[in-house]
Design a protein around this ligand. Structure first.
Ligand SMILES: Nc1nc2c(c(=O)[nH]1)N[C@@H](CN(C=O)c1ccc(C(=O)N[C@@H](CCC(=O)O)C(=O)O)cc1)CN2
Length: 282
């Protein structure tokens, strides 16, 4: 079994982006700018947004860090998103999820201009993804695909099973795997005999958000296992897969932490650079 070191691969990607940004700026262009919008004081979200802003600075991008009080109204967040849409210094915008309960995160995300949608979550980006047209793709699914690519996993004709159907991960990763010519099954909470469905996977992606739901003996011998889960169990961060038991059967497997998670921010930087370049081309 080989461990997929997401932390190291994310660092490689970040180094590549830093060089590309330097080249872009040396050619006379403005540095790309990323605006993050965080509503409320969820501690995990604050850590993720802090990580995004820090990563931005490290690769030479400009950061616009908007932190709004937990009782900010939807109308106020919408107004800020519109202001950022109109700001030429801002190449990419994201609304950190989940927002407080009185705010409809997915609905407000729709207010982000498609060209600045670096989370790839607006209906326009979703349409472009499913049509396989150029556009911005969601960061975590992109990160999973990058891990598979950097480990030379041949997806053509492979049986891929994705457990989870969220807009953030499950649905877009299923679409990306299909575009890479895998035979894709999207499983979910109503799937009958989930164990048997998982056992046929050459590539198993767990993105369901339930700690250790995927048992070791659900993993086919020699499979590649990508664990997107990020669950707190007894104060410890853990994935959706029973790691030790799964690792005995898998050929390649991501750990939690240190697997898919760090790739999310690396891919966000890549999307921001892509958005800046696309904006300059029009
Ligand atoms: N607007 C968005 N909101 C959320 C997204 C997103 O892509 N866009 N994804 C997640 C949170 N997230 C980024 O926002 C994120 C999650 C995890 C990591 C990460 O590096 N995890 C580390 C462990 C960190 C820890 O100890 O807590 C790892 O897995 O090794 C980065 C970003 C939901 N919201």
């Amino acid at each position: 079994m080989t461990l997929i070191d997401g932390k190291a691969i994310a660092q490689e990607v970040r180094n590549e982006i830093r060089d590309e940004v330097a080249e872009w700026v040396a050619a006379g262009n403005e540095a790309p700018g990323l605006a993050t919008v965080l509503v409320g004081d969820d501690p995990a979200s604050a850590v993720y947004v802090g990580g995004k802003q820090k990563a931005c600075a490290e690769v030479g991008m400009r950061g616009f860090d908007h932190r709004l009080a937990a009782d900010t109204s939807e109308a106020e967040v919408r107004a800020l998103l519109h202001q950022l849409n109109a700001d030429p210094a801002v190449s990419g915008i994201l609304l950190q999820l989940p927002p407080p309960p009185h705010i409809d995160g997915p609905k407000l995300t729709e207010e982000i201009a498609p060209g600045k949608d670096v989370d790839g979550l607006t209906p326009i980006s979703t349409g472009l993804l499913h049509k396989n047209l150029p556009g911005l793709r969601p960061c975590t699914p992109l990160g999973c695909m990058e891990l598979l690519k950097r480990h030379d996993v041949d997806l053509s004709g492979a049986e891929a099973v994705v457990v989870g159907r969220s807009d953030l991960v499950g649905k877009p990763i299923s679409a990306l795997l299909l575009q890479a010519n895998a035979t894709v099954t999207t499983a979910h909470s109503r799937t009958k005999d989930l164990a048997e469905v998982c056992r046929r996977a050459d590539v198993l992606v767990a993105a369901v958000g339930v700690a250790h739901l995927i048992k070791g003996d659900w993993v086919k011998e020699g499979a590649v296992v990508i664990d997107v889960g990020m669950n707190r169990l007894d104060g410890k961060l853990t994935g959706d897969v029973e790691f030790e038991a799964a690792a005995e059967r898998a050929r390649l497997i991501t750990p939690v932490p240190g697997g898919v998670g760090p790739m999310t921010i690396a891919m966000l930087l890549r999307n921001t650079l892509q958005a800046a370049k696309a904006a300059a081309a029009v």
